[in-house]
Design a protein around this ligand. Structure first.
Ligand code: ZN
Length: 417
């Protein structure tokens, strides 16, 4: 096992760890650890909400979650010798739920994880107009397979990956993020859910900084929800074990941070918290390509080489959507988001015929290893997107047949009271 350079006691909040992590992007958050290029090391992570969600049958914790403390990130890890303009080469050597594998406990990652549908008024999600309330599914881990008492009839192998890792922004880059995101918010400041999240002093955690310095990070630091030029919350399910990621370096020491480990996730992570969320560990190897941003033209976003370890699903039901609004019938010009939404809604409608509720189907599509593809963005006026649902995740035949679907009573998700 590589040396643990950032440790987490899962019985404690991130704020109470020996060295606390952070929940904003800011260049002045001090390094929690320092490593040399060429080294391999382990980082332990809390689940992204700092374990506000429990292994129970109520979605009240999803409805009431405090998003001002999210995401809880481990780090920053300084890479010695890294300078702005370099590429930080990050190998994801291994990752998984809390160790040992069968560790049990109250924190997500301790033998279990969850998928949440967030309420429209507190987080929202891709289909929030169709599913405005909070729901949850608890997943039990069986080695690399997951099952849920809230979605019976399903068992699948997770595509384990980190949702969120990145380098620290420079002060100039951070200012640019704040400028452009505020301009977007200003287009419709009262919108629910909001168009973007501005810096927020409430709930800020900035590593070992406290008092006025911590509060300043809250007032200036970028929220962690979107992916940006430093990497961040990509939620790319193919960041599996064995992946190599090339991150732009914006500050001295690079300052690598992250967390939001996922036991599994479908493309799009459509319920917002659509992955199977967990705390756990991730092992990295790091190196530098000096002046790599310039050498390779990798300046605005990271690039990656996906790893070769992922579940083998080869047969799919593929649902298709085009860019026509399902409520108004309005035709949108090559809008891939609407086309993918329609593909998701088509899949949900199909699964309902087998006895699942729409909420169960929504939770499943967020978390199972679903392939989502932009199939066509040139055939005016309709963008065409497709969603590939592996048939082998069901313990019954989910393909169409002459006799009609095998409908059954299939339980229900955790709801609010
Ligand atoms: Zn996540």
């Amino acid at each position: 096992m590589p040396e643990v350079v950032f440790s987490v006691d899962q019985s404690k909040s991130m704020a109470d760890q020996a060295v606390p992590g952070h929940n904003r992007w800011h260049p002045d958050i001090p390094p929690a650890a320092s490593v040399t290029p060429g080294s391999e090391f382990r980082v332990e992570c809390r689940e992204w909400t700092d374990a506000q969600l429990g292994n129970n049958d109520s979605a009240n914790d999803v409805r009431d979650v405090n998003l001002s403390v999210c995401h809880m990130l481990s780090g920053p890890v300084e890479i010695q010798g890294a300078e702005p303009g370099d590429l930080l080469v990050v190998d994801i050597l291994d990752l998984g739920p809390c160790q040992p594998p069968q560790e049990s406990g109250d924190a997500p990652g301790q033998g279990w994880g969850y998928t949440g549908v967030f309420a429209k008024v507190n987080g929202g999600g891709f289909l929030t107009d169709h599913f405005p309330d909070a729901y949850k599914a608890i997943w039990d881990f069986h080695g690399h397979d997951a099952t849920s008492r809230h979605i019976p009839g399903v068992r699948y192998t997770g595509i384990t990956h980190p949702g969120l890792f990145g380098t620290a922004p420079s002060a100039d880059l951070l200012a640019e993020w704040n400028r452009r995101e505020q301009a977007l918010i200003d287009k419709d400041p009262e919108r629910v859910p909001p168009l973007a999240l501005p810096p927020l002093e409430e709930g800020v955690l900035a590593g070992t900084l406290d008092g006025a310095e911590r509060d300043r990070v809250g007032r200036e630091g970028a929220r962690t929800v979107p992916a940006r030029e430093n990497g961040g919350n990509h939620d790319i399910k193919n960041f599996t074990r064995g992946s190599r990621v090339y991150y732009p370096v914006h500050v001295s020491g690079a300052k690598l941070s992250g967390g939001d480990l996922h036991y599994s996730q479908g493309d799009g992570e459509i319920t917002f918290c659509g992955a199977i969320e967990m705390g756990g560990y991730i092992d990295f190897g790091v190196d530098l390509i000096k002046d790599g941003m310039n050498k390779y033209g990798i300046t605005t976003n990271p690039m990656l080489i996906p790893g070769r370890i992922e579940p083998r699903y080869s047969e799919f039901l593929t649902f298709i959507g085009v860019s026509v609004d399902e409520t108004t019938g309005e035709n949108y010009y090559l809008d891939a988001s609407i086309a993918y939404r329609r593909a998701c809604l088509n899949a949900i409608e199909y699964l309902r015929k087998f006895g699942y509720s729409g909420e169960q189907a929504y939770l499943l599509l967020g978390s199972a290893p679903i392939e989502g593809r932009i199939s066509g963005v040139v055939d005016i006026p309709n963008a065409c997107c497709s969603l590939y649902l592996p048939t082998a995740v069901f313990d019954f035949d989910v393909r169409p047949r002459q006799e009609g679907p095998e409908s059954a009573s299939r339980g229900e998700p955790a709801r609010t009271s």
